[in-house]
Design a protein around this ligand. Structure first.
Ligand code: B3K
Ligand code: ZN
Length: 886
């Protein structure tokens, strides 16, 4: 086991750096089999560090050191020490230039960290600690330097060579080579360094900033993709305008470049002035990309752009502060997308993700605070907790302050900390200083892990016309954290009358009613609020807009839920009521099924769905969310022991039952939203497609050859990828002759488009039909599949193991063995992706004993392998640790 590298790093051990680097000159020569990197670091002692004459310790991994010089004098071997992870120079002056020369092998780099090749391109990924794989450096975010990067390579193979900042020199060299030099005037941590080289074409546009500066915008892609950049470009311009308007933030360099590459571990990277993107989040054409792809591109382009201020100009002091940039930037991109499309649906999508993934993380062995206290491998902490819960924590502060004060606070943050590497605490202090509020207790959201549970009781006193809401909060223990303190929880509420009108809210003791919508601030474990002035018992609408990331438990009756679903004035809560109702129905069915009873369709739910469908002219976007049943994992989360088989059976049964009962309404909705519309990606069109394809999905549960034909017809005639994929996905779940025809036709048409082939893999990996695991194994041999490409791994292996819950959890353990085989193979190539994959089993303790035993054995198998990465080691060992272990 490679536990020798598995050292735990603690936040409490943070010390300022002993040396600082002001300027970096990098010379990168790209050769046939290798690259030679020479760096000249302008270093000085950090006046803020107390240590006397510290040795200089630079990070470096996988580097072949050729030479070291101090102030241009070559250093003899005995003047420094090198091991696998560091270069140490014991005696250095207070200020000096250190030159190192190393050789690296981008061609052999399958981990996709540092400098690597993606197809014919060279590209980099340095966050979090990839720069040390390019050259020796102080690889930590609180060391900020100005970079000048010179690249040389064969001109025929690499006509385009890019790095951060502005291009200051270009010239021809001997032997068909050429050279470019880029200079970035803004000091930055090395995780924001980037370079790219290869045969690229670019789409160009420009943006005039608030103060009238013209910025050159360029999206670089491989030549065959040049017709798929329009949407990314228009998204970028929208994001730039939005950030000026909403946050007063202007872009700062003369050029902004985005490069799309096919092999990328995550979505994209915000390198200063030179974003590198997974091509999935750049390339789109109506026939190749779905509505979700279009929205994903808009969101990720914006996210990386917003990082220019929240992440790059102001960065993190250390990696424990990751949410400083990620939580804030996710909140910014969520609000941007809400402004660009349907605000209600955006909030629903975000909360759905939070509840399904973050709540699960918070309740499992990998639970950690938004600001973690420790890690073994930082790449394992780019999590839904740091990102999505982090965004909720910023959202709560924005809501507590209100729009004006929040803007004042972010203005202060940008003014006070521009050019610095800071902490989440510094951010909260700006919120406090600008608003005068005390957020001491609120800070617990950053340091305590786990999802708080808020139980609510309501009591109406008819005689006094008063209504009392009692709240009780607690937060379950999580690894390393017991007995938590109460959180500061904002609970947005309204009280509705029988017609659905919001009633004026007057707390006991207040002279007169205030607004109809209020935010109750919980701060104690137990708290009561009594409202007065009611003639009849109101219906509470609680935690409106999901005002805090908590599990709210209120014992609503079915009638109350149906009322809220139809009448609540808060879109989010209308949806939430529908989900609560459907969940309740499904869990009752699960209990009946397990007790061997016959299943019967609940009249209440069917009636509520029917009413909603009849009203389908209303908000189609919201309606399609309302009619979507909670997913299998969400249902599993509600059970003491997850019964995958029962959940799957019952959910499929309910879809079938609803489809038979509502067949005519569903066909009407399908047809009304079909013909006669030209394709565009306006939110109303997206909503229409969502609703129609949802109706199709229900109808396809009827196993009716007429509907199969209808579906196949949509597959063949659709003028956009959303409708094609919706039909293909239904067919893939159905045993009918059209299934194979459609899959074969799709493959033939798109075999040369990697991103479209990802969809073809995913749609088969998620099939409900028996034998899917065998099919997935067979697809791994397909010529378009490769274990080296993260998108392929996610589409085939990731989708099968995490979406196709029932097939993955087969009681013979075949799914677990399959995943583990892939994790072991992947770990040798790409530890980050291997660690992501093994996490899929992290909630193994939630299943029955048989499955627990099978999964435990697989974790043990992984750990028994010699040479596993610390990425995988950290996940596997934490998953096996007994509950209560640190
Ligand atoms: N900051 C990058 C993520 C880097 C992940 C390193 N393992 C993308 C983003 O959040 O914008
Ligand atoms: Zn980010």
């Amino acid at each position: 086991m490679r536990t020798k590298n598995a050292k735990t790093i603690h936040l409490k051990d943070y010390r300022p750096p002993e040396y600082l680097i002001d300027d970096v000159e990098l010379f990168i020569d790209l050769l046939d089999e290798s690259a030679q990197v020479t760096s000249r670091l302008h270093i000085r002692k950090n006046p803020a560090s107390g240590t006397l004459n510290p040795a200089l310790k630079l990070d470096g991994e996988g580097l072949q050191l050729q030479a070291v010089a101090l102030d241009d004098q070559p250093l003899p071997d005995e003047a420094y020490q090198v091991d696998e992870r560091t270069l140490t120079v014991p005696n250095v002056p207070d200020r000096f230039v250190l030159t190192t020369q190393v050789v690296i092998y981008p061609q052999k780099n399958t981990a996709l960290e540092g400098l690597y090749r993606s197809g014919g391109l060279y590209c980099t990924q340095c966050e979090a600690e990839g720069f040390r794989r390019i050259t020796y450096y102080l690889d930590r975010p609180d060391v900020m330097a100005r970079f000048a990067t010179t690249i040389s390579a064969s001109k025929a193979d690499n006509p385009v060579m890019l790095a951060n900042g502005n291009c200051v020199e270009e010239r021809e060299l001997e032997g068909g080579r050429h050279l470019v030099c880029w200079k970035d005037p803004f000091p930055k941590p090395c995780y924001l360094f980037a370079m790219v080289a290869g045969n690229l074409r670019f789409q160009q546009d420009s943006f005039t900033t608030l103060s009238g500066r013209e910025v050159d915008l360029r999206i670089y892609v491989e030549p065959e993709n040049i017709d798929k950049c329009d949407h990314a470009m228009s998204s970028l311009k929208k994001a730039m305008a939005w950030d000026e308007e909403r946050y007063g933030r202007e872009y700062d360099l003369d050029i902004y470049m985005i490069v799309a590459v096919n092999d990328f571990n995550m979505g994209a990277m915000e390198n200063k002035g030179l974003n590198i993107f997974n091509s999935k989040y750049v390339l789109a054409r109506t026939d190749t990309a779905t509505d979700n792809d279009y929205q994903g591109i808009e969101g990720v382009i914006a996210h990386e752009y917003f990082h220019n201020w929240t992440g790059n100009r102001i960065t993190c002091r250390d990696w424990f502060q990751l949410s400083l940039k990620e939580g804030l930037t996710v909140f910014r991109d969520q609000e941007f997308s809400a402004d660009m499309g349907s605000r209600g649906v955006k909030r629903i999508d975000d909360v759905r993700l939070l509840r399904s993934h973050q709540f699960a993380e918070d309740a499992g062995p990998m639970a950690h605070p938004v600001r973690p206290d420790s890690y073994i491998e930082i790449n394992n902490f780019y999590t839904v907790t740091v990102y999505e819960k982090g965004a909720e924590v910023v959202r709560m502060q924005a809501n507590l302050l209100g729009p004006e004060l929040y803007r004042k606070a972010t203005d202060l943050y940008f003014r006070r900390h521009d050019g610095e590497a800071v902490t989440t605490d510094d951010f909260v202090r700006c919120m406090e200083d600008a608003s005068g509020r005390d957020l001491t207790q609120f800070r617990l959201w950053y340091s305590q892990s786990g999802t708080p549970v808020v139980e609510v009781e309501a009591e109406y006193n008819a005689q006094q016309g008063s209504y009392r809401l009692s709240f009780r909060q607690h937060c379950p223990d999580t690894p390393g954290q017991q007995d938590k303190r109460p959180f500061h929880i904002p609970v947005a509420i309204a009280l509705l009358d029988r017609e659905g009108n919001e009633l004026p809210l007057q707390l006991q003791g207040e002279a007169e009613p205030q607004a109809t919508r209020r935010v109750l601030e919980l701060s104690a474990a137990d708290q009561q609020f009594t409202f007065v002035g009611f003639e009849e018992q109101p219906i509470p609408s609680l935690l409106r807009g999901f005002s805090a990331p908590v599990k709210l438990r209120y014992p609503a009756t079915d009638e109350e839920l149906m009322f809220l679903m139809a009448r609540d004035t808060d879109d989010f809560n209308r949806w939430d009521a529908s989900q609560a109702l459907a969940q309740r129905t499904l869990l009752k069915l699960v209990a009946d099924y397990r007790a061997g009873k016959n299943l019967s369709l609940d009249a209440g739910l069917a009636g509520a769905f029917e009413t909603a469908l009849k009203n389908s002219a209303a908000d189609k976007a919201l309606l399609s969310e309302v009619l979507r049943l909670p997913g299998e994992s969400t249902l599993g989360d509600q059970m003491d022991v997850v019964d995958v088989e029962a959940i799957h059976h019952v959910r499929e049964w309910l879809k079938h039952a609803l489809a038979s009962r509502l067949r005519h309404h569903l066909i009407d909705v399908y047809q009304q939203n079909c013909a006669g519309y030209a394709y565009d990606i306006e939110s109303t069109s997206i909503a229409r497609r969502r609703l129609r394809n949802l109706a199709l999905d229900y109808l396809m549960h009827l196993d009716d050859p007429e509907i199969h034909k209808l579906c196949y017809n949509q597959f063949q005639t659709a003028n956009n990828m959303t409708d094609v994929m919706a039909a293909l996905s239904c067919l893939s779940n159905t045993d009918c002759p059209e299934r194979d025809q459609a899959l074969a036709a799709f493959e033939k048409q798109w075999i040369d488009e990697p991103l479209v082939m990802d969809k073809w893999f995913a749609v088969q990996a998620s099939s409900r039909l028996p034998g899917t695991l065998q099919q997935v194994k067979a697809l791994m041999e397909h010529k378009a599949f490769s274990l080296r490409n993260p998108n392929k791994v996610r589409s085939l292996i990731g989708v099968f193991c995490s979406i196709n819950v029932n097939a993955f959890h087969m009681p013979d353990g075949s799914g677990y063995a399959f995943l583990t085989d892939q994790v072991i193979a992947l770990d040798r190539l790409n530890p980050q992706i291997a660690a992501r994959m093994i996490r899929i089993m992290s909630r193994w303790r939630r299943y029955d004993e048989l499955r627990q035993g099978l999964m435990r054995a697989q974790f043990e198998r992984v750990l028994s392998h010699a040479d596993i990465s610390k990425d995988v080691y950290e996940i596997a060992s934490k998953c096996l640790a007994e509950a209560g272990d640190d």
